[in-house]
Write a protein that binds this ligand. Structure first.
Ligand code: ATP
Length: 315
């Protein structure tokens, strides 16, 4: 069995206790562990994978809380570093009645951005391993270059790399730079996973078919698109597959995409399926599995706490 590594931000999400049209209208927030790569690692670990989170938090109460929480869910935190040079990243979230979320990030710079190449040099990969990363920590700080160093190393080892851009537009002064950075990092990925509402921003194409052609020009062979309550599609080099979402009454979709990724990586690792060789039946089964795990997350508030164990999923 391989290992699943996720690289990037672990942060505190302050979620609103009531819906409100904007962040300024929220009266009170609750603290929740978050950060997409941390959520992915937890989702995979709760299913039974050997998952590692690679990142940095501040040597402060929020950083200690994140490290304890992630480790408590079974993630190996050996490569989760702590620094006194900056505080743990915070993100305040508002939720409107129509489900629209607004984010405001506090990181000037936050600890996650200071992860340096020297912090990750000891990590070695094999061809059985999986690496997942996003775009939130690809801004101009040491973490971008630490991530790039690890991706180069993982690629040289023939590990499988999944890129879920998970775009947060308010983190970028220049949206063109955001798009260009995402396109530049595609060259490292075997699989790119996009939510349907990200496709046009990233590729400039509103049609998924045309968007996939753009992504392939950047050297990506396999593309997965998720459609919220409409499920997900895999456009692999050799086949296409669709799986409907599981029917649920969602109350909070936070972490649905991250749990989808964690569950899909768990599935590929558990059944020793590489995207190049997986059969159409198996990829459909993998999408169903990931959709099912993600649907469960939407039925509870929060992300890490709501990600299912294998037992919960089998029920
Ligand atoms: P998020 O940013 O909310 O974590 P995302 O935008 O990255 O998620 P989505 O396409 O919204 O990704 O959702 C990912 C997967 O989660 C979907 O493919 C689906 O399987 C599941 N999912 C999301 N919303 C629902 C829903 N309302 N009902 C059932 N399943 C859902």
């Amino acid at each position: 069995m391989g290992k699943i590594y996720t690289i990037g931000e672990a942060l505190i999400d302050f979620i609103p206790v009531q819906t409100a049209a904007s962040l300024s209208a929220v009266d009170a927030f609750q603290k929740r562990p978050g950060g997409a790569p941390a959520n992915v690692a937890v989702a995979a670990a709760k299913l039974g994978a050997e998952a590692y989170f690679v990142g940095m938090v501040g040597d402060d109460p929020f950083g200690h809380f994140l490290k304890d929480t992630i480790a408590g869910y079974g993630v190996n935190t050996r490569y989760l570093k702590t620094t006194k040079k900056a505080k743990t990243a915070l993100a305040f979230v508002s939720l409107a009645d129509d489900g629209q979320r607004d984010f405001s990030f506090y990181r000037n710079p936050s600890a996650d951005l200071l992860l340096d190449k020297s912090d990750v040099e000891e990590i070695e990969f094999t061809s059985e391993d999986y690496i997942s990363f996003g775009s939130v920590d690809l801004v101009e700080y040491p973490v971008k270059y630490a991530t790039e160093y690890l991706l180069q190393k993982a690629k040289a080892a023939n590990a499988t790399i999944l890129f879920d851009p998970n775009i947060r537009k308010d983190l970028w002064d220049d949206l063109n730079e955001c798009r260009q950075t995402i396109l530049t990092f595609m060259k490292y990925a075997n699989i790119v996973k996009m939510a349907d509402d990200e496709v046009e921003f990233i590729t400039g194409k509103s049609s998924v078919k045309e968007a996939i052609e753009v992504v392939k020009q950047y050297g990506v062979e396999h593309v997965i698109v998720t459609y919220g309550p409409e499920g997900s599609d895999a456009y692999l080099k050799h086949c296409h597959s669709h799986a409907d979402a599981h029917k649920v009454d969602p109350i909070d979709t936070t972490g649905a995409g991250d749990t989808f990724v964690g569950a899909l990586l768990y599935y590929l690792d558990h059944y020793k399926q590489k995207p190049d060789q997986i059969s159409p039946e198996m990829i459909k089964d993998g999408l169903c599995f990931a959709n099912h795990a993600a649907a469960i997350v939407t039925t509870k508030k929060g992300a890490m706490n709501a990600a299912p164990t294998l037992e919960e999923l089998q029920k």
